[in-house]
Design a protein around this ligand. Structure first.
Ligand code: ACO
Length: 426
């Protein structure tokens, strides 16, 4: 039996159907509201708005739960490879052994870039942020691979092409930025190891495979693979709703992720910790600054739109952080600053009352530093990880008969009506 929510405005009553998800989350379906009543809803930042039905990722911010296709993130981080997780998100189920082998072969076959694409890299100014380069290069893929969704096989191949080449493009952006020749992918390596090989192999110091490092990167990417309707995924869905090609939609996701309030936070955390260290700032003063309403400064890596409990990814990331620092015998003084900062913030009533906990970015930067990734590549690492999630969401929208072009309304607050004044009368 359909449940209804009763809305009374201007003395009139409207019965709005209630939609229920599989885990009990409920939404009031307001699709008929404007037509029937003339009212729209107002929700800047969309904190109370369900933009779609989705079967990909479940999160409960109050309980700190995250599941991809029903499987808890903790289990995937422990047992799954990034490629398997990508399959899970996109196909909706875990692959068989044979499927996983086929995908790995395809990812290898598709890993080279068109040689002409390489030339683009030479022409970006040397200080260009790699996120800008990656977004531009992914968009440019449309010109090199015009075949798109003529068949299901084409579509699968497009997904694999994106997942494979994004890794080559990211490593190439780094190599060019440090004045080295790009390194070609090596068919003997797994997805993660191949990326590390393309990042760090040089003609004079060959890349030496390290399982611990490769495993840490694998967990980093599994943890970042999807996070339901976040800013960049919403960008992908909104841009995709105009039926733009998939490369342009993914490129918009990369652009949205770049911001320091979203994917750029991992880089911002390191800059914040480095500033604390280099200026010898007192942790209590940093906390005071973050609490000061007049100061725009926020504690980077803290807080989340949805999690009002400890981000489950942050817990796993902290464990990985301890593990990789121990195994690589790296002593990173930023880790002790981060831990002190976390302890002080978690004990502070301001952070407690506002439910501000460390998010995934708080420790991910330290993990990436231990792997050897330069700070300006951190958000690129996030983008590579998030790509399967963006693809899964793009696909879900693409095949959803209920989906429409995204076109929110507004409450207009400008001038009512003015006369046009000729230029000499202004
Ligand atoms: N430091 C200090 N105060 C904070 C922080 C923080 N990191 N985060 C939120 N607050 C405060 C806000 O000022 C606000 O205070 P108020 O109630 O007095 O106005 C209150 O907590 C609620 O915060 P909102 O801004 O309403 O939370 P919102 O959901 O809009 O923002 C966001 C979430 C953007 C993540 C925010 O917490 C933030 O800027 N954090 C720092 C950046 C960061 O770590 N981003 C990564 C997010 S995770 C990801 O994208 C992978």
């Amino acid at each position: 039996m359909t449940e209804y929510a009763r809305l009374i405005v201007d003395g009139k009553e409207y019965n709005l159907p209630v939609i229920e998800g599989t885990v009990g989350d409920k939404a009031i379906d307001i699709r008929s509201l404007r037509q029937e009543s003339g009212f729209i809803t107002f929700d800047p930042g969309f904190g109370n708005t369900g933009s779609c039905k989705s079967a990909i990722t479940f999160m409960d911010g109050e309980k700190g739960i995250l599941r991809y296709r029903g499987i808890p993130i903790e289990e995937l981080a422990e047992h799954s490879s990034f490629v398997e997780t990508a399959f899970l998100l996109i196909a909706g189920r875990l692959p068989s052994r044979a499927e996983l082998t086929t995908i790995s072969v395809n990812l290898n076959d598709l890993s080279l870039l068109h040689e002409n694409m390489k030339q683009f890299y030479q022409n970006f100014p040397s200080r260009t942020h790699p996120m800008g380069i990656l977004s531009a290069m992914v968009n440019a893929m449309r010109s090199f691979h015009p075949e798109l969704v003529d068949s299901k096989e084409d579509l699968q191949r497009t997904f694999l092409r994106l997942i494979s080449k994004v890794r080559t493009m990211a490593a190439m952006a780094y190599k060019v930025s440090i004045g080295q020749n790009p390194v070609y992918p090596n068919p003997n390596y797994s997805y993660c190891a191949n990326f590390l090989h393309m990042m760090f192999d040089t003609p004079v110091v060959p890349y030496r495979f390290d399982k611990d490092v490769s495993d840490a990167l694998n967990v980093f990417w599994v943890l970042h693979a999807d996070h339901e309707q976040n800013c960049s995924t919403t960008a992908v869905r909104v841009v995709g709703s105009g039926k733009v090609n998939i490369y342009a939609a993914m490129s918009s996701g990369i652009a949205a992720l770049w911001g320091p309030l979203h994917g750029g936070a991992n880089q911002a955390v390191i800059y914040m910790l480095e500033e604390i260290q280099s200026k010898g700032l007192k942790i209590s003063d940093v906390i005071k600054r973050a609490k000061d309403k007049k100061n725009p400064f926020k504690l980077m890596g803290f807080g989340h739109r949805v999690y009002k409990a400890y981000d489950p990814r942050a817990k796993i990331m902290k464990t990985i952080c301890d593990k990789i620092l121990k195994k690589t015998k790296i002593k990173d003084s930023l880790l002790s600053i981060a831990m002190e900062l976390e302890e002080e913030a978690l004990g502070d009533p301001f952070f407690q009352e506002k439910n501000l906990y460390p998010n995934v970015d708080f420790y991910s930067g330290i993990v990436l530093r231990a792997i050897g990734i330069p700070t300006n590549m951190f958000t690129v690492m996030f983008a590579i990880g998030r790509l399967p999630g963006w693809i899964a969401h793009w696909q879900e929208d693409f095949f959803d008969p209920e989906m429409k072009i995204s076109r929110p309304r507004q409450v207009y607050t400008g001038e009512t009506e003015l006369k046009y004044l000729p230029i000499d009368q202004r």
